[in-house]
Design a protein around this ligand. Structure first.
Ligand SMILES: NC(=O)c1ccc[n+]([C@@H]2O[C@H](COP(=O)([O-])OP(=O)(O)OC[C@H]3O[C@@H](n4cnc5c(N)ncnc54)[C@H](O)[C@@H]3O)[C@@H](O)[C@H]2O)c1
Length: 333
């Protein structure tokens, strides 16, 4: 039985991943500092094989005794992840993401070198945003890294940290560059839940610029399955893009959701664009698809249907989250 450690397992992808891996009967430990976006523990599916520690992963003293329990696989998701927040507070955001990663990997490396733990397989979660805006075609794993926001820069730097722990110190690391996820448990400051919740409340829906920014959208369960395949068949020193080929601009995304909710497009309003807003992301995920015989199972419509119904049916999660969520514009400079 694999013993898995997840960082950031209370965030959007993390919560879905913990629930997914629970269903596969893994034994899971979650390290999360529980920030504003985090899902409270009471919403996790119940299982005896799950442990949670409320901890910042850059706190070596606190994470050392946990790491000493030995994990076959470590999935590093913990990061501040909202571009708009990163624009408001670039220094803290950038330094926070890289300090936590370097301290965490450094401690793992120290314990491995002292033979206190077995060398774990580390799955390092990164993003398609590290490639920056893609004018045409798509980005492969060896395409140029060109970041534009403090968030994407912190993720690229975090990858560099993973690379040197791999190449110089010999840790086992596989990097996944994943595209935009949507689904249950996503904090409503992100585009899709923001549209859904504002439509539920019969409010206007702000669209940055002219809504022409294109993202590649993947339903979070498809991402969880991809990570599960890497856990089962770990490839050291590999970088994989994980995307869906579903590329839509923000206006299209909004209209599809509003159509499903029978809420008029007249409620969309254009607002000042995000500074440095990347126009288009497009991933070439052929390498991962071929190697793991994986394909995303959700069309955008199918994923959105499930997402809307989840937000409709999880009122207690929503009212808890709304206590923390101010729904005000961030990152407009
Ligand atoms: N959501 C996406 O579309 C997407 C796409 C590609 C990559 N990613 C990456 O996947 C990961 C998870 O994304 P998400 O959308 O679930 O993010 P999220 O913001 O919803 O959750 C991140 C979680 O990490 C925790 N965290 C942050 N810093 C921490 C620290 N120093 N110590 C302990 N816990 C900490 C937070 O409390 C939060 O619960 C991130 O690394 C993100 O960059 C996300």
């Amino acid at each position: 039985m694999k013993n898995i450690l997840i960082t950031g397992g209370s965030g959007f992808i993390g919560t879905n991943l913990v629930n997914y891996l629970n269903r596969k009967n893994f034994s899971i430990t979650n390290l999360d500092k529980q920030s504003i976006v985090s899902t409270p523990e009471k919403f996790k599916q119940e299982t005896t094989k799950y442990k949670f520690y409320k901890v910042n992963i850059d706190n070596i003293k606190k994470i050392r005794p946990i790491l000493l329990k030995n994990y076959n696989t470590i999935i590093h998701l913990a990061a501040e992840s909202h571009v708009d927040r990163s624009i408001d507070n670039p220094k803290n955001f950038y330094l926070g993401n890289i300090n936590s990663t370097i301290n965490f990997y450094n401690e793992i490396n120290n314990l491995v070198k002292k033979n206190k733990i077995k060398k774990p397989n580390i799955i390092h979660i990164s993003t398609d945003e590290v490639y920056g805006s893609v004018k045409k075609g798509n980005t492969k794993e060896n395409s140029k890294i060109f970041t534009s926001s403090p968030y994407s820069a912190s993720k690229a730097s975090s990858e560099n940290i993973a690379q040197f722990y791999l190449e110089t110190y010999g840790l086992n690391i596989c990097i996944l560059r994943i595209t935009n996820n949507f689904g249950p448990f996503q904090f409503p400051e992100k585009l899709i839940p923001k549209i859904i919740l504002r439509a539920f409340d019969k409010k206007k829906i702000p669209i940055y610029g002219k809504g022409k920014n294109i993202r590649e959208w993947i339903y979070v369960e498809d991402t969880c399955e991809a990570i599960y395949l890497i856990i089962k068949n770990f490839q050291n020193k590999e970088v994989f893009n994980i995307g869906s080929n579903i590329r839509l601009d923000n206006l299209m995304v909004s209209k599809i959701i509003l159509k499903q909710l029978k809420y008029s497009n007249k409620n969309l309003i254009f607002v000042k664009d995000r500074p440095g807003h990347d126009l288009r992301y497009a991933l070439n995920s052929t390498s991962f698809r071929k190697r793991y015989k994986w394909r995303n199972k959700h069309s955008f419509n199918k994923g959105i249907k499930k997402t809307i119904s989840w937000y409709k049916n999880n009122k207690s999660w929503l009212s808890e989250i709304k206590k923390k969520y101010k729904d005000k514009r961030l990152g407009s400079l």
